[in-house]
Design a protein around this ligand. Structure first.
Ligand code: SF4
Length: 196
């Protein structure tokens, strides 16, 4: 799907490609810096996100803000989106069919932003991007590179709220993200320098 941001948001707003649209208040396309080097992808909107039309604004969102702050980033400096743009009832996981129906929008967002690093928050985000074989407890913190984009699965902030002992691993993952961003920036500077 090759579209402008305006067209993309219009299409998402009018979308009825899956049954989730009937049960939600509004679509939650995503938000942030459209030139971001880091993109964060979660599962789907929750109650607060559904009410406000913005991603990660509930308790999980507040924790995500803190996680980003831990690597010196504000939410305005990254782009935040979800696998599905409409809230699943009772915050259940989106079905594979619902995720499949919605993925073209996420792919279009990635194509427009062209981030260098994608942080995948939770199993749903990781399985629908890296592959269905991903197990979050086994694969968190491992880099996967696809077409120059570095992706890393880590725990969803809601999992960290439920199980605070996981925060230590999430912290390690975030440090690795910070390192990768630095590394890529230095690499970019070297290329610019060599070409000058
Ligand atoms: S979840 Fe995605 S595919 Fe389903 S109706 Fe909403 S925008 Fe469309």
């Amino acid at each position: 799907m090759r579209v402008s941001w305006e067209e993309l948001y219009e299409r998402i707003g009018a979308c009825e490609r899956c049954g989730l649209r009937r049960g939600c208040t509004q679509t939650v396309p995503g938000e942030g810096d459209i030139h971001a080097r880091l993109m964060c992808i979660g599962e789907g909107p929750g109650a607060e996100e559904d009410r406000l039309g913005r991603p990660f604004v509930g308790a999980s969102g507040q924790l995500l803000d803190k996680m980003l702050a831990a690597i010196d980033l504000h939410r305005e400096q990254v782009y935040i989106a979800n696998i599905v743009k409409c809230r699943p009832p009772q915050n259940r996981q989106p079905s594979p069919e619902e995720a499949e129906a919605c993925l073209p929008y996420l792919r279009a967002q990635v194509a427009l932003i062209r981030p260098r690093v994608i942080l995948l928050l939770g199993a749903t985000a990781a399985r629908n991007t890296i592959g269905p074989e991903v197990r979050i407890t086994r694969d968190r913190g491992r880099w996967v590179e696809r077409k120059g984009v570095w992706m890393m699965p880590t725990y969803h902030p809601s999992a960290l709220l439920r199980t605070p002992s996981l925060k230590r691993d999430a912290w390690t993952d975030l440090q690795a993200v910070r390192e990768k961003l630095r590394e890529l920036e230095q690499e970019g500077e070297r290329i610019v320098h060599d070409e000058a």
